[in-house]
Design a protein around this ligand. Sequence first.
Ligand code: ADP
Length: 251
Amino acid sequence: MTEDIQKLLEENERLIKLNAVKSEIVSIGAHQIRTSLAALKWIIKMFLDGDLGKLTSEQETLLRRAYEGNERSIGLVSEILLINKSEDVVEKEYIFENTNLIDTIENTIFDFSGESAARGIELIFLKPINTIPHVKADKEKIRVVLQNLIENAIKYSNYHGKIFVSIKANEDDFVEVSVKDSGIGISEDSKGKIFEKFYRTDKAQKKEAMGSGIGLYTSKKIIETHGGKVWFESLEGQGATFLFTVPVWKS
Ligand code: ADP
């Protein structure tokens, strides 16, 4: 029996190492491809901007197609890098610390202030007046969850939308955070699949070409490893609210 367990542990160790090597290969390869594509982008752009002489309309049409194809490839490679990074984040060891979520929320909102302003969206933190207990959390990973939820709220909101982030203490020793938007919302028949890896609704794909369907899957794993829960409430066309809980820090 102990021998079997020992074998399983060794096999597990081997697979973890193999996975780390795989991640690194994907990351190096994808970075190199993205660098080449980026170089190509600027060359095509110089032609399109007329920096290298006037183009015939046929040349311009073809170059524009090449430019757009190249842009799609850059997007795809960036998504591969993101998926690879998300897997790394979830699997890396968790370091649970006494954490003030208010700071994490404020820092994350600050990071997205430029992007939300560029899309005409107001990102508002409803900071509570009462004190909120600190939580037991891995700061880096909780930040990834907040980034995913806020980024989604921005991506799936319409111009002039408002996003509200709030935090409160629950009766049962958990702190609850919510991110509420007034965007496209989620249809009834998609609701069961939202946290599945790579799942994206048709509406989301039409609204926002960029996306991998990995953010919510990753967020759920992170929150569950903290002993919390993540869920959402939504009516199609009327926005969505994503919520999660994290246990209170006990000294
Ligand atoms: P991505 O945003 O990259 O597609 P996610 O895993 O973060 O991947 O989200 C999965 C899917 O859940 C999205 O493609 C979208 O269909 C839906 N979704 C997530 N957040 C929202 C939101 N705030 N409003 C509407 N739909 C959402």
